[in-house]
Design a protein around this ligand. Sequence first.
Ligand SMILES: NC(=O)c1ccc[n+]([C@@H]2O[C@H](COP(=O)([O-])OP(=O)(O)OC[C@H]3O[C@@H](n4cnc5c(N)ncnc54)[C@H](OP(=O)(O)O)[C@@H]3O)[C@@H](O)[C@H]2O)c1
Length: 284
Amino acid sequence: MIVVTGATGGLGGATVEHLLKRVPADRIGVSVRDTAKARHLADLGVRVRQGSYEDPASLRGSFAGAEQVLVVSGNDPAADIVALHRNAVEAAVAAGARRILYTSQHGAVPGNPYRPSEIHIATEAVLAASGTAWTALRNGAYGPLDQLLGPWQRTGVIAQPQDGPVPYTDRDDIAEATAALLAGERSLDGPVTLTARAAATFADLAETASALTGRTVQRVVVDDEQWAADQIASGVPEPMARLMLTWYQAARAGHFAEADPLLAELLGREPRSAADRLAAGLAA
Ligand SMILES: NC(=O)c1ccc[n+]([C@@H]2O[C@H](COP(=O)([O-])OP(=O)(O)OC[C@H]3O[C@@H](n4cnc5c(N)ncnc54)[C@H](OP(=O)(O)O)[C@@H]3O)[C@@H](O)[C@H]2O)c1
């Protein structure tokens, strides 16, 4: 049994979709907070059980019989997320899992100012101490490009803080590679990095957008404090705006600069680049 957590979320859900193409549904289990949201998976023959990282007793049931568990990292800024991840790792070990996969983050090494890095570094340490084989998938930035670049299609301007090179990665590519690993197509130990093939800056993406649209798209660097104030004025809670600024600080210091060929190897094809995704977005 392969148990996937977060299967009612974006990455976990897409991973299950790809896994269903590789292994029989009765070998797949999902551990989800709300089983009603996973009815479509139950209909396909996937084992659906309730499990929440806050509730170790629930994880005993949802992880039962798991040979492998994919622990999708939590996202509640108010929670002690490392403690929640520890609950998940301990439950996977107690269930007898022979490998735990965990969704870590590209560049999650000491010194990276992007704050969630600390959570991933600490969780990788929990995995290393678990006594069970583990793989930390240090996933490249896969947020929607619209969100990242702002309303450039309307304004003709990518106006964001100073950035740096980042191999923007497609979430579905990461899901497909994760499914390949869970299905046993490759076995990798410890931290591995899954990113698109090449890093791009916002200036690069402005050039790409210009070429794709035939009009000039400009890159404008916005002062950090001005950007934070604009975010807050538009309704983003200040702690979230401040957290996102640490992402720009990390990017401009080069913490996300390295692209890794592993994702392409696992997919057996080129991962989608940011330019591919921009073009697809415009075509749609
Ligand atoms: N690399 C990147 O660029 C990037 C970007 C965004 C996020 N992330 C990280 O990667 C994770 C997965 O990304 P995503 O795009 O799939 O995000 P998502 O769509 O928000 O999914 C997060 C999943 O985690 C589940 N979850 C959250 N807290 C939990 C808890 N306490 N117990 C059990 N399950 C819990 C959620 O359950 P529900 O379905 O019940 O809400 C949801 O299914 C995020 O949570 C975040 O840590 C990475």
